[in-house]
Ligand binder design. Structure first.
Ligand SMILES: *[C@@H]1O[C@H](CO)[C@@H](O)[C@H](O)[C@H]1NC(C)=O
Ligand SMILES: *[C@@H]1O[C@H](CO)[C@@H](O)[C@H](O)[C@H]1NC(C)=O
Length: 238
């Protein structure tokens, strides 16, 4: 019994001794672990800081790219606005080179039937009856009137052959809405063959009327047989 007690005491003492040694070791180990932890903490903090820096850099890059994109969008918007303006201006300016047959206006008519027209009086419209061309249908051969259907700049030309034996030199005007705009005179008196012509450029709006009429000299005459012609065409839209 006593032996057993002694053995137990030795065991406990031993155990205690082992434990006492272990505490010292443990403390140093804890120290080491703490140091390691502290070192790792420092490392972690450093890495954390590094990540933060990277994140900051990325954020800065993204913001820079975003700013660049915003600038590009602004530039593109400006380009688009300019293009729209340009297109608008182009439409306003009109087409200089007319390519679509239905977008242009052009006519040419001459005088046929008989050899001459005599006794032309002041204010009489010369009706060029023989329509050679009438794109856009603005020339009306029943009345001799050109009625603009498109707003634009037009060129008109008239040519007449004065009839000799007439009572006076023949004088005709290109008229715009009843106003004289350009004159031609052909003096057929004395047996001469005299051709008179004039050309004019007019700015017209739809409904404007252009025709040729006798003015100034009353009771005159002209040769027909295609010696007289009236033409006009659209140069450009306005
Ligand atoms: C012009 O108008 C006529 C009649 O409306 C049509 O038949 C023709 O196809 C048109 N031409 C063009 C080039 O659009
Ligand atoms: C010609 O027409 C104008 C305008 O209608 C008129 O004032 C003028 O008296 C006319 N002249 C003659 C000779 O008929």
């Amino acid at each position: 019994m006593a032996y057993h007690l002694l053995f137990a005491l030795i065991f406990v003492t031993n155990a205690y001794c082992v434990k006492a040694v272990s505490v010292g070791e443990l403390e140093s180990r804890i120290d080491a672990v703490e140091k390691q932890c502290a070192a790792q903490n420092v490392q972690f903090k450093e890495e954390n800081q590094k990540l933060r820096n990277e994140l900051e850099q990325l954020r800065a890059t993204v913001m820079k790219q975003d700013a660049q994109l915003q600038d590009e969008i602004k530039d593109l918007r400006q380009v688009a606005v300019e293009k729209i303006k340009h297109i608008g201006a182009g439409q306003k300016r009109g087409k200089r080179f007319v390519i679509d047959e239905n977008e242009t206006v052009a006519f040419h008519a001459t005088l046929t039937g008989g050899r001459a027209i005599q006794h032309l009086h002041i204010n009489q419209t010369i009706i060029f009856n023989n329509v050679m061309l009438n794109i856009g249908g603005a020339y009306h051969s029943q009345h001799g009137l050109f009625v603009a259907n498109v707003k634009g700049i037009y060129i008109f030309s008239v040519s007449i052959m004065g009839l000799y034996g007439g009572t006076d030199s023949t004088m005709v005007f290109i008229m715009k809405n009843g106003k004289e705009v350009a004159a031609a005179i052909a003096d057929g008196r004395g047996g001469t063959h005299d051709q008179g012509s004039t050309t004019v450029v007019l700015q017209l709006v739809p409904g404007d009327e252009v025709w040729v009429s006798v003015q100034r000299h009353d009771d005159t005459a002209i040769w027909t047989d295609s010696l007289d012609s009236f033409m006009g065409c659209l140069i450009t839209y306005t």
